[in-house]
Design a protein around this ligand. Structure first.
Ligand code: UDP
Length: 341
């Protein structure tokens, strides 16, 4: 389905967002539309949903397509883009463990295709490649700095294929910058949370919120003392737009996220408390949650000095505020489903 006929012509910024119907992508699209851009979204809807985007909007052209196919066909005749945000990827640790072939191929082949597409455009668009804090692997350094060494497990543990595929994406992006001066910036996204994220692919916060709303137990994996920093998606997309809008950021890698740590046990408590839920917390062994041999990261915390220095990035939403927003969004979805039945 290609709705590009609906896009308005003019002199406004033309922006391509791959994976724009996904959780992060749809918030980014919202921000770009608010800025007055014409936004092209390509998404195969493997994990994204059309419903994440405004139903009818003169400034969005949406194509449900395999990204590589689209770039070679419709994309080639779509004209010049001022900015490209490449967010399309296989997401979620559980999905990655379940389907490593798809993860490896999707992440590396699509990124390679997008970078060639951008490099072939004159003048070149500004490009952002979304990477992941998974790239740090199981390094025990804390906090993670962009130039730190990375540490992966063996290639027989498929979990690390995700980290390696994202690392390869980063190598490719930096190589294009080196080779042709393509203005590409790499964003390493840390744990990102907020409305529209769904728990089906393993993400902890929407799962906890859904369980708390239903009065069901919150399933904390392992001892619950593993630590993460959760950043509201609305802060994250502001960071992405500012990175692309700052020419000096091209050719660099930036951590994007929050640097306020919380243990998963405390996260579960905060959700229960914020929503006034009667739910209990249960501990689930990792083997049961992910299958045998899964290695979870004890602590994941970004060093934000670089992004603070470059664009003055500072998360603005508090975790409680985000928990509330996630719960409200779930209530809206549930309300909508009831109204439709
Ligand atoms: N987790 C959990 N219960 C769940 C899903 C995840 O306790 O239902 C844990 C998971 O083991 C990890 C943390 O929550 O330690 C964050 O998981 P998520 O998949 O959201 O992000 P990541 O592991 O990529 O940081």
């Amino acid at each position: 389905m290609d709705e590009s006929a609906g896009i308005r012509s003019g002199r406004r910024r033309r922006v391509l967002v791959t994976g724009g119907a996904g959780f992060v992508g749809s918030h980014l699209v919202e921000r770009l539309l608010a800025r007055g851009d014409s936004v092209f979204v390509v998404d195969d809807l493997s994990t994204g949903r059309r419903g994440n985007l405004p139903a009818a909007h003169d400034d969005i052209a949406f194509a449900e397509a395999d990204l590589k196919d689209w770039l070679g066909a419709d994309g080639a005749s779509a004209g010049l883009f001022h900015e490209i945000y490449h967010l399309a990827a296989a997401v979620g640790v559980e999905l990655v463990v379940a389907d490593p072939v798809r993860t490896i191929e999707t992440n590396t082949e699509q990124t390679s295709a997008v970078l060639h597409f951008a490099a072939g455009m004159h003048p070149a668009p500004r490009v952002l490649v979304a990477s992941s804090s998974e790239v740090y692997g199981k390094s025990e350094r804390t906090p993670f700095g962009e130039d730190d060494d990375v540490v992966y497990g063996p290639t027989t543990a498929s979990r690390w294929s995700y980290a390696c595929s994202k690392a390869l994406d980063e190598f490719l992006a930096l190589a294009h910058h080196e080779k042709s001066g393509l203005p590409v910036v790499v964003a390493r996204l840390f744990n990102t949370v907020g409305p529209r994220q769904i728990g089906r692919y393993g993400m902890v916060l929407p799962r906890f919120v859904a369980a708390a709303r239903a009065g069901e137990p919150l399933r904390v994996y392992g001892d619950g003392r593993q630590v993460r920093c959760f950043c509201d998606v609305r802060d994250v997309v502001r960071g992405l737009v500012d990175l692309v809008g700052t020419p000096a950021c091209a050719g660099q890698i930036f951590n994007v996220g929050s640097d306020r740590p919380i243990s998963i046990e405390d996260l579960a408590r905060a959700v229960i408390d914020e929503l006034g839920s009667p739910s209990a917390i249960v501990h689930v062994p990792y083997d049961e949650a992910y299958g045998p041999g899964f290695e979870d990261l004890r602590r994941r915390e970004p060093d934000l000095s670089r992004i603070r220095g470059a664009i003055g990035f500072e998360p603005s939403f508090g975790l409680r505020e985000t928990i509330r927003a996630v719960a409200d969004a779930l209530a809206d979805v549930a309300g909508g489903a009831e109204a439709a039945s």
